[in-house]
Design a protein around this ligand. Structure first.
Ligand SMILES: O=C([S-])c1cc(C(=O)S)c[n+]([C@@H]2O[C@H](COP(=O)(O)O)[C@@H](O)[C@H]2O)c1
Ligand code: NI
Length: 406
């Protein structure tokens, strides 16, 4: 597995992150070409140069933002909403994986800003965090992750910093309110340095993409990238390090998930089905209903949703909004996953995806993608099961043997 390991012991900001990922090997030309697909033309320019701090050489990135397309200004004054940002990303034509990563980072940022400023994620106007430099930092990082083909992102504790920071709202304590909210998603340290070591953008990125680094983590460090920050002369050099680690192929991995559930005795089956749909839309990995007999002998529903911890707030909000329940139970869950490989096979009627899971280093289970087999069945008129067999054994003459037997 190729994993990225973040060393945020001196914090993380949007520009340091982009710089570290470029230094690690993400191709800058491809990055700029991909970024130009965003509908924020003429509003930005990426300036990347080699820089050093405390004798460590790396990359420094500045996103130069132009007001209304004119250069010479270091700040532009668009106030974009989450809907604007979502539109810019979904209309970009960037790969789905890039869009998904960028949207999950922005969603977390929107939730945190909304909470701090007493509004909703959809109504929040991004200020500094929604300016074009944040869009480039966040979407740029999502593009770099895709280019670096990382299977997972790990992080150690994140230094948040200390002291005060001056921003659009005036002087704020460090961590800034949005950063402090986002820091509930990861381990952090405080006051390691008397400045803002981690910004809301850096915190949202770590919250959305990184998991705690397993300990021990064994593998080979094949590359390191250094993102050099702008602050000089600090007790803790303003540097972010990201390492590319090639780990031993392991058959099982574990991931942290969150389960939310509630027992409901006053909703109709139509309403609970709709609720399950809304939970999926809010980011649940799965949502299901169980038949239960609850207090007072009432046949009722237990509605459950499983999601990534960073999506739990959103899924819980959707749960409350679309159900009658005044309470939701929430548990940490640990999911063990077998290593899986995805491949495609060519059948005489079309391509079918196949997933193979492994145990003890050997293939354990193979499954043809249901949606591909269904499409094949619908296009050819062949039975679904035959198309599934075709996906697993593409060289056998399935439909002809069927013709013979008819
Ligand atoms: O302008 C707003 S709303 C703002 C809010 C907050 C909160 O924590 S709320 C913080 N900040 C500061 O803006 C800069 C830029 O952060 P990036 O994430 O865009 O790099 C940073 O100093 C924040 O503390 C602004
Ligand atoms: Ni704010």
């Amino acid at each position: 597995m190729r994993v990225l390991v973040y060393d945020c012991s001196a914090g993380i900001s949007g520009d340091m992150n982009l710089a570290a990922l470029i230094d690690l090997g993400a191709d800058r030309d491809i990055l700029e070409r991909e970024l130009s697909k965003l509908n924020v033309h003429g509003e930005w320019k990426l300036e990347c140069r080699r820089a050093a701090q405390a004798g460590i050489h790396g990359m420094r990135v500045d996103v130069l933002a132009h007001e209304h397309g004119h250069s010479g200004h270091s700040h532009e004054h668009h106030h974009r909403t989450m809907a604007d940002i979502r539109r810019i990303i979904t209309e970009s034509g960037l790969p789905d994986a890039v869009q998904k990563t960028a949207l999950s980072i922005f969603s977390l940022l929107a939730e945190a800003e909304a909470h701090v400023h007493g509004t909703t994620p959809d109504q929040v106007h991004f200020h500094e965090v929604g300016a074009v430099d944040s869009i480039i930092d966040i979407v740029g990082a999502a593009i770099c992750l895709d280019l670096l083909r990382a299977d997972a992102v790990f992080t150690g504790p994140v230094e948040l910093g200390g002291g005060r920071v001056t921003c659009q709202h005036g002087v704020m304590p460090v961590p800034a309110p949005a950063t402090a909210l986002l820091a509930r998603h990861f381990q952090s340290t405080l006051n390691g340095t008397p400045h803002e070591a981690t910004t809301p953008t850096g915190a949202a990125y770590i919250a959305a993409v990184a998991q705690p680094a397993p300990s021990p983590l064994s593998g080979r460090i094949t590359a390191s990238g250094y993102g050099i920050g702008h602050r000089e002369g600090l007790p803790l050099p303003n540097i972010l390090r990201v390492m590319l680690v090639e780990t031993e192929e392991q058959d099982t991995a574990t991931e942290r998930l969150t389960e939310l559930c509630a027992n409901i005795d006053d909703m109709t089956p139509e309403q609970t089905a709709y609720l399950a749909e809304k939970l999926m839309e809010a980011g649940a990995l799965d949502a299901w209903q169980e038949s239960i007999c609850m207090k007072k002998g009432r046949l009722a529903f237990k509605i459950c949703a499983l999601c990534l911890p960073e999506h739990a707030d959103r899924v819980r909000t959707a749960f409350f909004r679309n159900s009658s329940t005044p309470g939701i139970r929430q548990y940490d869950a640990c999911r063990h996953i077998l290593r899986r490989e995805c491949s495609t096979v060519q059948t005489r009627h079309g391509t079918v995806g196949v997933k193979t899971s492994f145990m003890n280093g050997r293939p354990h289970h193979r499954k043809a993608e249901f949606e591909d087999c269904k499409a094949l069945a619908e296009a050819t008129g062949l039975p679904l099961e035959e198309c599934q067999m075709m996906g697993l054994f593409p060289h056998d003459d399935h439909d002809e043997s069927r013709q013979d037997s008819l």
